[in-house]
Design a protein around this ligand. Structure first.
Ligand SMILES: NC(=O)c1ccc[n+]([C@@H]2O[C@H](COP(=O)([O-])OP(=O)(O)OC[C@H]3O[C@@H](n4cnc5c(N)ncnc54)[C@H](O)[C@@H]3O)[C@@H](O)[C@H]2O)c1
Length: 261
């Protein structure tokens, strides 16, 4: 009996926001499939050390890099370091993101600017720089962007964040059209409600879901459990591999049926 496996042997991946939670899961799954991984994050702390060790346990290389994705000069230095130390770039996972719980009527200018700078500008600038390297290498590549179910469904209490994640969907479509001729596919995933139930905002703020909100959320799902980071990471690895090579410009909701309710 033959079995098909996801193989990323010989590939180099960058995962932004790679030190914890979803970023860690993407990095680990990519490494388990054979890729070396650059873990790019604004902070290098115990979470980063844990992720580096977990990736190294798979036998692949882990390269931690401190970089603010909203700063183009830092992104340039980061990409140069990845190429120098890992030998190239084949996969970019634009995972770094900041959450916000402001409605559009209440969001302040500085919060709007910061959310857009990380979630949208950072994603596009990082893609520009990584793609330059991919084109130079001439062997194609894969970009996977993190949108969110809030980019597909109008959730008033996530106004500013939702606009940024809807922007990720259009950026994904436009980049897919621009980059197809270089054999680079560009897709997004839109996670729903995650078991980790917390996500970072500005100034180190952490948003957590309480038990009542979790019950409300579960009642809206077709599959009655929250998503696990690995549910998303599996799709990232698939899209980055030869198995997903003909998929481009798509946003794949991974949300237990939340979007179709
Ligand atoms: N957790 C969820 O339920 C969920 C749902 C939908 C979408 N998402 C998206 O998935 C991605 C990962 O989310 P998470 O839940 O793991 O959240 P998280 O807050 O744990 O991870 C985000 C990571 O991005 C990093 N980061 C933030 N600003 C940065 C910057 N300027 N430069 C570099 N790194 C920066 C953070 O340090 C953190 O490690 C985000 O884009 C988020 O919007 C998460």
């Amino acid at each position: 009996m033959s079995s098909v496996q996801i193989s990323l042997k010989g590939k180099v991946a960058i995962v932004t926001g790679g030190r914890r939670q979803l970023g860690r899961a993407h990095a680990l799954r990519l490494a388990e499939c054979g890729a070396d991984v650059a873990l790019v994050d604004i902070a290098h702390d115990d979470d980063m050390t844990f992720t580096v060790q977990a990736v190294e346990k798979t036998g692949q290389k882990a390269l931690p890099i401190v970089c603010d994705v909203s700063q183009k000069t830092q992104l340039e230095a980061m990409v140069a370091q990845v190429v120098e130390k890992l030998g190239g770039i084949d996969i970019l996972v634009n995972n770094a993101g900041l959450s916000s719980r402001q409605t559009l009527m209440n969001v302040e200018e500085d919060e709007w600017d910061e959310i857009m700078a990380v979630n949208l500008k950072g994603l596009v600038m990082c893609t520009q720089l990584a793609v330059k390297q991919m084109i130079k290498q001439g062997r194609g590549g894969s970009i996977i962007n993190l949108s969110s179910s809030t980019g597909l469904n109008a959730n008033v209490s996530r106004g500013c964040y939702g606009v940024s994640k809807a922007g990720v969907i259009m950026a994904t479509q436009l980049l897919a059209r621009e980059l197809g001729e270089y054999n680079i596919n560009v897709n997004a995933i839109a996670p729903g409600f995650t078991s980790t139930a917390k996500i970072g905002g500005r100034n180190g703020q952490i948003f957590r879901r309480g038990p009542e909100e979790t019950d409300r959320v579960l009642s809206k799902l077709a599959i009655k459990r929250e998503g696990e980071p690995v549910d998303y990471a599996n799709m990232v690895a698939f899209l980055a591999s030869d198995l997903g090579a003909y998929i481009t410009g798509m946003t794949i909701a991974i949300d237990g049926g939340f979007t179709i309710r």
